[in-house]
Design a protein around this ligand. Structure first.
Ligand code: PMP
Length: 322
């Protein structure tokens, strides 16, 4: 759908996938006025189709729109547009294993002009794309590179919004991580360079030997919907969940002393992933050497079972599409 201040939002339409034609002066290409979301539609064993907490994605999309000076979507549009797209052809939603239909709503500045101000023409789209199981060859712990040189976001910046620019700034550190044999990069806060923020595309949890699990508090990270759900699930499973500032030294020393027994990352794409090694230029902290990750795996199973309809949806998280 298209928006202008005069006309508001036009009625959305479903179209076959294909390229967009953009004027070279289109604002998004120059000033990155763009936001997006990512969520999945799951087919349950009885053939019904569901999304997981789309209301949370919708609310985050509106918050991102506000931060990027983009117009809000009309109430119910976010969920409505996804439901309309998915019901166009139910067979788009793969069945079996941990497969899903990945949905990517996004909104961008589509006015062509060369000046720095909010665009007066905005486009909203949703892409649907089938996703296989994230860990096709079985889950193996990911290794993480500590970025001391680059921050992802700063206080007052766009870190809490899901906007393309945040990902542009994390590409170089991500590339450096790969050069050091790591799958992901972990960012620290931009002021004191000691507080854990998040990975390039996932939030973190630290499992402690006293049954506490800690996730970093920060106003410049993306508040993951998976992270939030895991906080609730871990509580249900009897863990004490804390959201507080968590320092890089606490990670390294916690692993060395055995107080931090498991570290895991979480997000829509991979759900929950064990972290193996944390690496930096002259050192390494390796968690959970035997790779069992029993707490991580229990939380992962509990969450996936809700998403795939194998466990009771106690918290009313699932939204039925068809
Ligand atoms: N942090 C960042 C930077 C991300 O891109 C994502 C993925 N959306 C997450 C955290 C995890 O968020 P969610 O659980 O909502 O997918």
């Amino acid at each position: 759908s298209e928006w202008t201040p005069e006309t508001g939002w036009a009625d959305p339409t479903v179209k076959p996938y294909g390229p967009l034609m953009l004027d070279p002066a289109t604002a998004v290409l120059h000033y990155a006025q763009e936001i997006f979301e990512g969520l999945k539609a799951y087919a349950h064993a009885d053939g019904s189709i569901w999304t997981f907490r789309p209301d949370a994605n919708a609310a985050r999309f509106q918050r991102s729109a506000h931060r990027l000076a983009l117009p809000e979507l009309p109430e119910d549009w976010f969920i409505g547009s996804i439901d309309a797209l998915v019901t166009t052809d139910r067979s788009w939603v793969p069945t079996g294993g941990e497969t899903s239909l990945y949905l990517r709503p996004f909104m961008y500045a589509s006015e062509a002009f060369l000046g720095v101000r909010p665009s007066k023409h905005v486009t909203y789209c949703v892409i649907a794309s089938p996703a296989g199981a994230y860990f096709a060859g079985g889950m193996k712990p990911v290794n993480i590179w500590l970025s001391r040189e680059y921050a992802r976001a700063g206080s007052g910046g766009t870190g809490a919004a899901k906007c393309g620019g945040n990902y542009a700034s994390s590409l170089l550190p991500q590339q450096i991580a790969a050069e050091h044999g790591c799958d992901q990069v972990v960012f620290l806060d931009s002021e004191e360079h000691q507080w854990i923020e998040e990975l390039g595309g996932m939030n973190l949890y630290f499992v402690h030997d006293d049954g506490t699990i800690v996730t970093p508090a920060s106003d410049s990270i993306l508040e993951g919907i998976t992270r939030d759900a895991i906080g609730t699930i871990a509580g249900d499973l009897g863990y004490k969940v804390e959201q507080r500032r968590f320092g890089i030294d606490e990670w390294i020393d916690g692993v060395a002393s055995g107080h931090v027994t498991e570290v895991f990352a979480c997000g829509t794409a991979a759900v929950v992933t064990q972290v193996g090694a944390l690496r930096w230029p002259d050192g390494e902290a390796v968690t959970d050497v035997d790779g069992a990750g029993s707490v991580t795996m229990a939380i992962r199973e509990a969450l996936i079972d809700v998403q795939y309809g194998r466990a009771e949806d106690k918290h009313g998280w699932m939204h039925r599409i068809a």
